[in-house]
Design a protein around this ligand. Structure first.
Ligand code: ADP
Ligand code: MG
Length: 455
């Protein structure tokens, strides 16, 4: 599905109000009765219908004729619009460029923007959560300074739109009850959960010095982050000494575990390689889990094995050395004991923690296992219950790839493409990772026949 930023200019304020009312109404109605829309928007009969007609023409809402009553529902286009509107207000997105990817469960666009909802010019977090709460000392931290961006009239960014509603919620509903009374808006709700989760983790990872894109903002089912000047690792074909990158990646897996996290989808698609410095940058976090997760060990080994396999196949490189979950947890414990409260730590260059910048300090604490991002995120906006809801959903969709059609989201989406069709796919052995990738692909394929472009 294509994102149409021109809507931003042409939607009138009444139409916007009506659209917001449709969104509000969709919290407890699958199809929102027209009378209810009129009530919420406080715009009277004839005018509401006119607005709804105009919005429907743009594909921002869709008319639904029900057996019980007629009404409207919000489309993905409508939700995209509302998110863009929010970004536009905050200047986190000032223009939308080309689409660079159709992901498994989301769309990726290049955008431009000047503002940030995380780090404003004074370096203080605008959002009130545990992680940004400690931003007071950022004023002198040049790495949070966006002045560079301003010079060129804004920075290039990535807008990632989560679209989890590409499968049937009907099947899920019959099996589980975790959606509760939010059933009616489940595609919106789940997509938003995924965006919230990804953003929460990206913020924390960035904050504690793990190389991830810089998070700028989050709205509804979308996030805005910095554009990594680089390419996905799978495009890498030659490496003079594969062992260097290999070690860096294993180190990243271990460093994430030291802050309590396992990526869960750590593969050649989700590692970007910097154009200039060839340093890896990790992306794509909606499936991240805590090291306390009951299946932590298997997720951890899967991530490690993914990288090992890629290096084996691509570079004919194999190493005896790789981290195991048990070892890593053992080392973590020991390191924590030695580090105490961290006041005597020194970094790799032998500089004492007291003489480091705030950012370096955080990074050093994180490297020594004194920061637990899984716990921080739980304590901030994205608690354990929400994570479990999202996880339950993700498990469900994995169990039923491509089955049935989604009754609440029929708006068009871009055609699914064969994501990968090179030698990797042919020789894929039947381990878990390939299975997950295939399932994800089936999800998309399973939805094809209901593709009706809404433009
Ligand atoms: P999905 O969940 O669809 O896999 P990803 O977050 O992995 O979504 O993004 C899909 C693709 O988009 C990536 O493989 C990468 O090519 C591109 N991409 C995503 N985020 C960025 C970014 N911050 N900078 C540059 N490219 C990105
Ligand atoms: Mg990805």
């Amino acid at each position: 599905m294509k994102l149409d930023a021109t809507d931003l200019r042409y939607v009138t304020s009444d139409e916007f109000r009506v659209l917001s009312s449709v969104e509000q109404g969709s919290r407890n109605h699958e199809v929102i009765p027209t009378v209810l829309i009129a009530q919420i928007s406080r715009i009277t009969g004839g005018q509401v219908n006119k607005c709804l007609g105009a919005l429907a023409k743009r594909g921002l809402v869709a008319r639904v004729q029900n057996t019980k009553y007629d009404g409207y529902r919000l489309t993905y286009g409508g939700l995209d619009f509302l998110a863009l509107k929010t970004y536009s207000k905050r200047s986190t997105v000032t223009s939308v460029g080309q689409q660079v990817g159709v992901g498994k469960e989301g769309d990726i666009y290049i955008v431009k923007g000047t503002g940030s909802n995380v780090y404003n010019d004074k370096g203080k977090g605008r959002e009130e959560d545990g992680i940004d709460g400690e931003e007071a000392d950022e004023e002198h931290d040049s790495e949070y300074d966006d002045s560079e961006d301003e010079e060129i009239g804004g920075s290039m960014r990535i807008l990632k739109i989560h679209r989890l509603g590409r499968i049937s919620f009907r099947n899920i509903k019959s099996k589980r009850d975790y959606l509760g009374k939010r059933k009616s808006a489940s595609w919106m709700y789940m997509s938003r959960l995924a965006a919230m989760k990804e953003y929460a983790f990206m913020k924390a990872l960035y904050h504690y010095g793990i190389p991830v894109p810089k998070p700028y903002d989050q709205a509804r089912h979308t996030i805005v982050m910095s554009l990594v000047d680089g390419f996905p690792m799978r495009q890498l074909s030659v490496l003079e000494d594969p062992s260097i990158l290999y070690s860096k990646l294993m180190d990243l897996i271990v460093r994430m575990a030291y802050v309590g996290l396992i990526h869960g989808d750590f593969n050649e698609f989700n590692v970007m390689i910097g154009e200039a410095d060839e340093e890896p940058v990790v992306i794509d976090f909606p499936q991240m889990v805590s090291i306390r997760h009951e299946n932590a060990e298997s997720y951890f080994s899967r991530d490690v094995e993914c990288i090992r396999r890629f290096f084996r196949r691509r570079f004919r490189f194999e190493s005896e050395e790789f981290p195991t979950f048990q070892e890593t947890m053992h080392d973590l414990k020991q390191m924590q004991e030695e580090a105490g409260n961290g006041e005597n730590l020194v970094n790799e260059e032998g500089v004492h923690i007291d003489n480091l910048s705030p950012r370096q300090k955080r990074s050093l604490l994180a490297r020594h296992g004194l920061i637990r991002i899984d716990e921080l995120v739980e304590a901030s906006g994205f608690g354990r219950q929400l994570q479990e809801e999202l996880e339950a959903y993700m498990m469900d969709v994995a169990e039923e790839p491509g089955e049935g059609e989604n009754d609440v989201s029929s708006e068009g989406e871009s055609e699914s493409e064969e994501e990968e069709s090179d030698e990797e796919e042919e020789e894929s052995d039947d381990d878990q990772v390939d299975e997950v990738a295939t399932q994800a692909k089936n999800l998309k394929l399973g939805n094809d026949d209901q593709d009706d472009e809404d433009e």
